[in-house]
Design a protein around this ligand. Structure first.
Ligand code: HEM
Length: 125
């Protein structure tokens, strides 16, 4: 591969991302502090949207047609702690899939700037 190898390619493209997303939601739903957010969620759809979102965010095809992240998370009261846990679970799922640590760092680096769109809990005031 050349220097132009995208993160998407390093993750194993669509199939690799699908495996990681399956494991990510297993970890999220297995966490009693995160599971309630997804109580009424259709997980099959959610995983499909997340996989398409991640493909686009890592330099792959731009097939994501869901809500923008502000709208998707607005009013849900998601905290910084929740966000950090989800990033941690994403890193765990990537690691279990055999993704290299440097690549995991890069994925986390691509996700961190999304915090402001996802964290919707009122700041302590
Ligand atoms: C970088 C981190 C995150 C990304 C990239 C992300 C991405 C997404 C995407 C793509 C959707 C689908 C929107 C749609 O269907 O139109 C979504 C929905 C959602 N996200 Fe996130 N998310 C992140 C973090 C979180 C966190 C930390 C929580 C809470 C623990 C959360 C809870 C939800 C919920 C509850 C929904 C709606 C599910 C439903 O339709 O029932 N997300 N997110």
């Amino acid at each position: 591969m050349t220097d132009a190898t995208t993160l998407y390619q390093q993750l194993g493209e669509g199939a690799g991302i699908a495996t990681v997303v399956d494991r990510l939601y297993e970890l999220i739903i297995g966490d009693e502090t995160l599971a309630p957010y997804f109580a009424t969620t259709r997980l099959v759809e959610q995983k499909r949207h997340m996989a398409l979102f991640l493909a686009a965010a890592t330099g792959g095809p731009n097939g994501y047609k869901g809500l923008d992240l502000d709208a998707a998370h607005s009013g849900r009261g998601i905290t910084d702690e929740d966000f950090d846990k989800v990033i941690g679970y994403a890193a765990q799922a990537l690691s279990e899939a055999g993704v290299a640590p440097e690549t995991i760092e890069q994925v986390a680096g691509a996700l961190m700037p999304l915090r402001a769109q996802v964290v919707t809990a009122a700041a302590n005031a």
